[in-house]
Ligand binder design. Structure first.
Ligand code: ADP
Ligand code: TYD
Length: 209
């Protein structure tokens, strides 16, 4: 059981603006509530570091192993004794998290059955369900433009296909789990300020409610 805090997750495909919006939300909430903290997955823990080496190609890995490691990293992120998410919630903090288990459902269902990925994360869902999942929905074309403007070389066809598939999987996962989860979809194609306002409005509603 989580303590008295709140757990707010921001989800989206690569380039949707998650990191930017988590940071903006953090800065804004911090002015009102010093007990807000911000974190992300893959985590900075030992499993998260291993995952990053796999994502950047330093270590070769099968996708099923990667899916299992993400689930393990999530448990570690939740339960790490000193600075884990559960410890922070027990202290009554508002925890903002860039990605959580819906990322696993969306990304790993490209390689295996989504139900299997949900099963792999069942213990994480049992430990902690987000008070709010915010999905920043941005068209894959717009995300691709944003990502490519900050990179030199790019396989455009492959990337757009991946972004489209992951977005479809997110929507599928939301549809499948909508009765058990608090999910809000935000139009992320708008300006940075407009997206920030929409997210803030939803979060204020939750924190005041
Ligand atoms: P993510 O964490 O989802 O991969 P980022 O927050 O890193 O996305 O954003 C990717 C890039 O797109 C950054 O250069 C960021 O400034 C830009 N960006 C994010 N949101 C918007 C927006 N609403 N309008 C224009 N540019 C944006
Ligand atoms: P992240 O650092 O959030 O990348 P970005 O800022 O580009 O969105 O996440 C790294 C990658 O890890 C990203 O491509 C999504 C992927 N990922 C999974 O495949 N499974 C997961 O469970 C999570 C949390 C992330």
């Amino acid at each position: 059981m989580a303590g008295t805090g709140k757990f707010i997750v921001i989800e989206g495909i690569d380039g949707s603006g998650k990191s930017t919006q988590v940071d903006r939300l953090y800065q804004r909430l911090k002015k009102e509530n010093p007990d807000v903290v911000s974190t992300f997955e893959p985590s900075e823990g030992v499993v998260g570091r291993l995952i990053r080496d796999m994502l950047n190609g330093s270590i070769a890995v099968d996708q099923r192993t990667l899916a299992a490691l993400f689930a393990a990293d999530r448990t570690d992120h939740l339960l790490a004794p000193e600075n884990g998410v559960m410890a922070m919630l027990d202290q009554g903090r508002v925890v903002l998290c860039d990605r959580y288990y819906f990322s696993s459902y969306a990304y790993h269902a490209r390689y295996m059955d989504m139900d299997q990925v949900i099963q792999m994360n069942a213990h994480n869902a049992q430990i902690l369900k987000p008070d709010l999942n915010i999905f920043i929905d941005v068209s894959p074309e717009v995300c691709l433009e944003r990502i490519s403007s900050s990179r030199s070389s790019f396989d455009i066809y492959e990337k757009i296909e991946v972004l489209k598939a992951v977005r479809e999987n997110y929507l599928l996962a939301f549809e499948r789990l909508k009765d058990n989860e608090h999910i809000i979809v935000i139009n992320g194609n708008d300006s940075l300020d407009a997206v920030e306002r929409s997210i803030y409005q939803k979060v204020r509603g939750l924190l005041q409610g």
